[in-house]
Ligand binder design. Structure first.
Ligand SMILES: Nc1ncnc2c1ncn2[C@@H]1O[C@H](COP(=O)(O)OP(=O)(O)OP(=O)(O)O)[C@@H](O)[C@H]1O
Ligand SMILES: [Mg+2]
Length: 139
């Protein structure tokens, strides 16, 4: 599916529609250029999944794990240039029993678990983004 959203709130609401279809072990790749709305999308999904903490970009760490009925992981691989086995070992716990959202999944290479859904965001103009969701979840 592909929709154009007109505000961050609409992007969050669309993410919530995906979130209700997800289960523990699912990995969601969230792609798009800087400022496309990746973190906004993850925030909307995390809220729907019961995360009450503020969800922001994991700037000083690669990832963040939020407690929720099913724990939610949020990774940003922007600064990763190809993972070596040791780095992958550090990341693996984020995927253990969680619903995991990964920004810049391209940087994870072959190490990332297969994505259940691939979200691609693009700028349309200042307030509009096109949001494409490829998955077998019926959205
Ligand atoms: N329709 C929209 N959907 C999402 N964000 C929007 C929209 N319109 C404007 N914005 C703005 O675009 C910015 C998106 O920032 P966000 O941090 O979500 O992007 P990002 O893709 O995670 O960036 P980065 O690559 O730096 O991590 C926010 O400032 C948000 O308010
Ligand atoms: Mg971000």
């Amino acid at each position: 599916m592909k929709e154009v959203t007109a505000s961050p709130g609409e992007t969050e609401a669309l993410a919530a529609r995906l979130a209700v279809l997800l289960a523990a072990g699912d990995v969601i790749a969230v792609s798009g250029e800087l400022g496309a709305g990746k973190t906004t999308f993850v925030r909307g999904a995390a809220r729907e999944l019961g995360v009450t903490e503020p969800v922001s970009s994991p700037t000083f760490t690669i990832g963040h794990r939020y407690e929720a009925p099913v724990p939610v992981a949020h990774l940003d691989l922007y600064r990763i240039a190809g993972l070596d086995p040791e780095e992958w070992g550090d990341l693996e716990p984020y995927f253990d029993g969680t619903i995991a959202f990964v920004e810049w999944p391209e940087h994870g290479g072959d190490w990332l678990p297969q994505a259940r859904a691939v979200v691609t965001l693009e700028h349309v103009d200042e307030s509009h983004r096109s949001v494409r969701i490829d998955s077998d979840l019926g959205l």
